[in-house]
Design a protein around this ligand. Structure first.
Ligand code: ADP
Ligand code: TRP
Length: 321
């Protein structure tokens, strides 16, 4: 089974990205043929600072490797190193109904948040469909917010197959329902663009600041509370061992949950949880030559697969004459 997913290099990695995408992705190395990539062309819909884009691309590579992705057990590359994807995007866009893109929540949400409504942002799902279809991906693990984009990719693949003959595998999304949406410090979906994230690779001081900013109610400590309604509890339970979680649950229900102490405990838990990855990342980020070497090797493998698909597509649509 071929499994594929990508992440934008447009900011610091947070625990929502980790649970929604990175963790399931990395654990997929055992399940099938894994394709993992950094979507720098997608990031261009919001990043127009060349140094930032280049730096964050390498940082995202270091993040992936530090968190346990083994490049020899998967195909790991940077999206723009396989230019075939932009040609496929054009071909697919000639078949994509406007209405399909107009219905996409992600576009509307981003525009509502102040992202410039460029053509690239509007056609973002077509580039994403090209990403998925170019590698004949069967399974695409993502957070809930990306589900619609996978459906768009599927619709486009169906349209292509009906028009030009069976060409593309129809992809399916895979969403870990336990952690479909990791809440941010304010209780909304954790997202870079809401400024409510808890970063994975923050220094200790910044980590403490983020955790202390988790919004809680002002009920007295001894009051009984519904744990599931508490944002702090919902973040805590992603990391704390089961036995400790049971105790914390009882503190909420029976009274005695002191938010300040729980937050300090969460800082320690998070610091330990990501310790090994943090140490590995700080080594990797010093060795840009190694990171570039790994990505170049990955691009060769990805391109081989991409070229095969594109060759077939060009033939099917009449670009070979
Ligand atoms: P952001 O919303 O911070 O900009 P991205 O859109 O770059 O994050 O998302 C990268 C990946 O992480 C996607 O697969 C997305 O679904 C997942 N993801 C992002 N935020 C969350 C969250 N709060 N909970 C679960 N998954 C998330
Ligand atoms: N749009 C995805 C996100 O913001 C990133 C992405 C681009 C992607 N191409 C992809 C994810 C292909 C999965 C498969 O998270």
């Amino acid at each position: 089974m071929r499994i594929l997913s990508g992440i934008q290099p447009s900011g610091k990695l947070h625990i929502g990205n980790y649970f929604g995408m990175m963790k399931p992705m990395i654990s997929n190395m055992d399940r099938g043929e894994l394709y993992a990539f950094i979507v720098n062309l997608h990031a261009m819909t919001s990043v127009h600072d060349k140094e930032a884009l280049a730096r964050e691309t390498l940082e995202a590579a270091a993040d992936f490797l530090a968190l346990g992705l083994e490049p020899e057990r998967c195909v790991f590359w940077v999206q723009s190193d396989v230019p075939e994807v932009t040609e496929l995007t054009w071909i697919l866009s000639t078949l994509t109904p406007m209405g399909l893109l107009e219905r996409c929540h992600s576009y509307k949400d981003k525009v509502a948040k102040g992202v410039t409504a460029s053509h690239g942002l509007f056609s973002y799902p077509v580039l994403m469909a090209a990403d998925i279809l170019l590698y004949q991906s069967e399974l695409v693990p993502v957070g809930k917010d990306q589900k619609q984009h996978i459906e768009v990719a599927r619709d486009i693949a169906i349209k292509f197959n009906n028009t030009f003959g069976d060409t593309f595998v129809l992809p399916e999304s895979e969403i870990d329902t336990n952690v479909a949406t990791v809440p941010g410090v304010d209780g909304q979906k954790m997202s870079k663009s809401y400024g409510n994230t808890i970063g994975i690779f923050l220094d200790e001081k910044a980590l403490k600041k983020s955790v202390m900013s988790i919004v809680t109610d002002s009920a007295p400590v001894e009051q009984s509370k519904d744990p599931e309604k508490c944002n702090l509890y919902n973040i805590f339970k992603l990391f704390a061992p089961e036995a400790r979680m049971k105790e914390v649950h009882d503190l909420y229900v029976n009274g005695g949950a002191a938010y300040g102490y729980l937050k300090l405990e969460l800082v320690d838990i998070l610091w330990e949880y990501f310790r090994e990855a943090r140490e590995k990342r700080s080594q990797l980020i010093q060795d840009k030559g190694y990171l570039k070497y790994v990505l170049a090797e990955g691009a060769v493998k990805a391109r081989e697969k991409a070229a095969g698909t594109l060759d077939m597509v060009r033939e099917r649509v009449g670009l070979k004459y």
